[in-house]
Design a protein around this ligand. Structure first.
Ligand code: ADP
Length: 336
């Protein structure tokens, strides 16, 4: 659905070239939720603005639905942009217009529907985002979460295939973030949207995205299914994002375990095996004793996972480890 082919982009600031993207190649498939995570200045907004050609690539190309955005005529570009909805961190609503008029705005601009058709579509959209009773209010009278729901309704008005979310939940509290992400996940399934989520929070990626690219100084440093990247981050930037999301620092944690006896391992369970009684079975079969030093059990989108750090003592630790592997767990030995 969206192809970045060796895309470079720099800005001229005070007569100097400042690179923002430095050879980005990635493919976003139709119908997936694709997360792009990076620190401030990594190039995320630039990347997302290239998708609807608010920015032009310096080198390389961006294809949307197989078409090179930079090669379109202005009429074609207008049509193509209607396939792409966007929501923003600060909502970008028109403060002098009511909720209903904000949602109607792109439809009036497109000029293809009668007033009555527009009213009907707006009512349907507001109902879908849970704001049917707020149509006559002004943005200043709404909460942050409600404003973003208006933003979502407005973005969906022209029936786009792609929805771009630029830090869409960064201005919201955790509970509101949760409900807005749930709404996005629901409409993604309902309208078979391709969603691109730009964020600096791994937790947002974990909750909603299927795949993720980690952007660092204008380059993709890691990319893959969210479960792989989240549970086994390779690049140091990704590792920091995961640690932030988990509120742990692995290095500190290992120091805290330095006095613990035995073989230290990290076990990762994924999917339904998360709920299987594997630890107890292996302990009985191999005579090892284990102590759980730290652990978490949570979900990545719809997949449950568990990650435990345990210390193994007595019995046959090697045998226990190979049984964990046989049971499909990922085993990382942290200390022999
Ligand atoms: P992010 O969204 O990850 O914070 P941006 O894409 O906004 O990153 O910025 C990437 C780099 O490009 C930064 O160094 C930023 O200062 C620079 N940049 C972004 N937009 C502009 C612009 N319009 N003019 C000049 N420099 C810009």
């Amino acid at each position: 659905m969206i192809d970045f082919i060796d895309v470079h982009k720099s800005y001229v600031v005070d007569g100097r070239q400042v690179p923002a993207l430095n050879g980005v190649s990635l493919r976003i498939e139709a119908g997936e939720v694709f997360g792009i995570i990076g620190h401030s200045g990594a190039g995320k907004s630039t990347l997302v603005r290239l998708i609807n050609l608010l920015e032009r690539p310096g080198r390389g190309s961006v294809l949307v639905d197989g078409r090179d955005m930079a090669a379109l005529s202005s009429a074609e570009l207008r049509a193509q942009r209607q396939q792409i909805g966007m929501i923003f961190q600060h909502f970008n609503l028109l403060s002098s217009k009511t909720v209903a008029d904000n949602v109607a705005f792109p439809l009036r601009l497109a000029g293809r529907m009668t007033s009555r058709e527009i009213d009907e579509r707006v009512a349907l959209l507001l109902d879908r985002v849970g704001l049917a009773d707020q149509a006559g209010k002004y943005p200043a009278q709404l909460s942050g979460g409600q404003k973003q729901r208006v933003g979502i309704a407005r973005a969906l008005a022209t029936r786009p295939k792609i929805l771009l979310c630029d830090e869409a939940t960064s201005a919201l509290d955790p509970q509101t973030t949760q409900s807005v992400l749930q709404l996005l996940a629901d409409i993604q399934r309902e309208f078979r949207l391709t969603i691109v989520v730009i964020t600096h929070e791994m937790d947002v990626v974990r909750r909603i995205a299927d795949r993720v690219a980690v952007l660092d100084a204008g380059k993709v440093v890691e990319m893959g299914p969210v479960a792989d990247v989240f549970l086994h981050p390779r690049h140091v930037t990704t590792q920091r994002f995961v640690q932030e999301a988990e509120h742990v620092d692995d290095a500190d944690q290992y120091d805290a375990f330095s006095h613990v006896r035995g073989t230290l391992v990290r076990l990762t369970f994924r999917g339904e095996q998360t709920f299987d009684p594997i630890l107890g079975e292996v302990a009985r079969q191999t005579g090892v004793n284990f102590s759980i030093l730290s652990g978490r059990i949570d979900r990545i989108k719809d997949t449950p996972y568990g990650q435990l750090i345990i210390a193994l003592n007595d019995g046959a630790p090697r045998e226990a480890l190979s049984r964990f592997v046989d049971a499909g767990l990922t085993v990382e030995i942290l200390r022999e």
